[in-house]
Design a protein around this ligand. Structure first.
Ligand SMILES: [Zn+2]
Length: 82
Protein backbone atom coordinates (compact mmCIF):
# COMPACT_ATOMS: atom_id res chain seq x y z
CA UNK A 1 0.00 0.00 0.00
CA UNK A 2 1.39 3.36 -1.05
CA UNK A 3 1.30 6.09 1.60
CA UNK A 4 -0.35 9.35 0.52
CA UNK A 5 2.87 11.29 1.15
CA UNK A 6 5.14 9.29 -1.11
CA UNK A 7 6.15 12.25 -3.21
CA UNK A 8 9.69 13.41 -2.66
CA UNK A 9 10.46 17.09 -2.14
CA UNK A 10 12.24 17.08 -5.49
CA UNK A 11 9.09 15.82 -7.19
CA UNK A 12 7.10 18.48 -5.35
CA UNK A 13 9.31 21.19 -6.84
CA UNK A 14 8.69 19.76 -10.29
CA UNK A 15 4.91 19.67 -9.72
CA UNK A 16 4.45 23.15 -8.22
CA UNK A 17 3.81 24.89 -11.54
CA UNK A 18 1.28 22.25 -12.63
CA UNK A 19 -0.37 22.46 -9.23
CA UNK A 20 -0.76 26.23 -9.43
CA UNK A 21 -2.03 25.99 -13.01
CA UNK A 22 -4.60 23.41 -11.96
CA UNK A 23 -2.87 20.91 -14.20
CA UNK A 24 -2.66 18.02 -11.77
CA UNK A 25 -5.03 15.07 -11.85
CA UNK A 26 -7.17 14.70 -8.72
CA UNK A 27 -5.00 11.89 -7.35
CA UNK A 28 -1.77 13.82 -7.91
CA UNK A 29 -3.27 16.89 -6.34
CA UNK A 30 -4.28 14.90 -3.26
CA UNK A 31 -0.74 13.53 -2.94
CA UNK A 32 0.72 17.00 -3.43
CA UNK A 33 -1.48 18.46 -0.69
CA UNK A 34 -0.81 15.51 1.62
CA UNK A 35 2.92 16.15 1.27
CA UNK A 36 2.42 19.88 1.88
CA UNK A 37 0.57 19.17 5.10
CA UNK A 38 3.60 17.41 6.57
CA UNK A 39 6.49 19.25 4.90
CA UNK A 40 7.47 22.75 6.00
CA UNK A 41 10.16 23.32 3.32
CA UNK A 42 7.66 22.56 0.56
CA UNK A 43 5.04 24.79 2.16
CA UNK A 44 7.62 27.58 2.22
CA UNK A 45 8.59 26.86 -1.37
CA UNK A 46 4.98 27.01 -2.57
CA UNK A 47 4.51 30.33 -0.75
CA UNK A 48 7.62 31.72 -2.46
CA UNK A 49 6.43 30.58 -5.88
CA UNK A 50 3.02 32.16 -5.25
CA UNK A 51 4.68 35.41 -4.21
CA UNK A 52 6.91 35.38 -7.28
CA UNK A 53 3.88 34.85 -9.50
CA UNK A 54 2.02 37.64 -7.77
CA UNK A 55 4.92 40.01 -8.39
CA UNK A 56 5.39 38.88 -11.98
CA UNK A 57 1.66 38.91 -12.65
CA UNK A 58 1.82 35.57 -14.39
CA UNK A 59 3.17 32.06 -14.28
CA UNK A 60 6.08 31.38 -16.59
CA UNK A 61 8.91 28.92 -16.86
CA UNK A 62 11.10 31.56 -15.25
CA UNK A 63 8.67 32.25 -12.41
CA UNK A 64 11.01 30.66 -9.91
CA UNK A 65 14.57 31.94 -10.11
CA UNK A 66 16.95 29.02 -10.31
CA UNK A 67 18.79 30.35 -7.27
CA UNK A 68 15.62 30.10 -5.17
CA UNK A 69 15.14 26.58 -6.45
CA UNK A 70 18.73 25.58 -5.68
CA UNK A 71 18.44 27.11 -2.24
CA UNK A 72 15.31 25.12 -1.53
CA UNK A 73 16.82 21.89 -2.79
CA UNK A 74 19.79 22.49 -0.49
CA UNK A 75 17.42 23.16 2.39
CA UNK A 76 15.58 19.94 1.63
CA UNK A 77 18.83 18.01 1.71
CA UNK A 78 19.98 19.34 5.05
CA UNK A 79 16.50 18.93 6.45
CA UNK A 80 16.42 15.27 5.42
CA UNK A 81 19.91 14.68 6.86
CA UNK A 82 18.96 16.19 10.20
ZN1 LIG B 1 8.67 18.39 0.85
Amino acid sequence: MTPPTDLTCREMVELVNDYLEGGLAAGERARFEAHLSVCDPCTTYLAQVRETIRLAGRLTEESVPSEVRDELLRAFRSWKDA
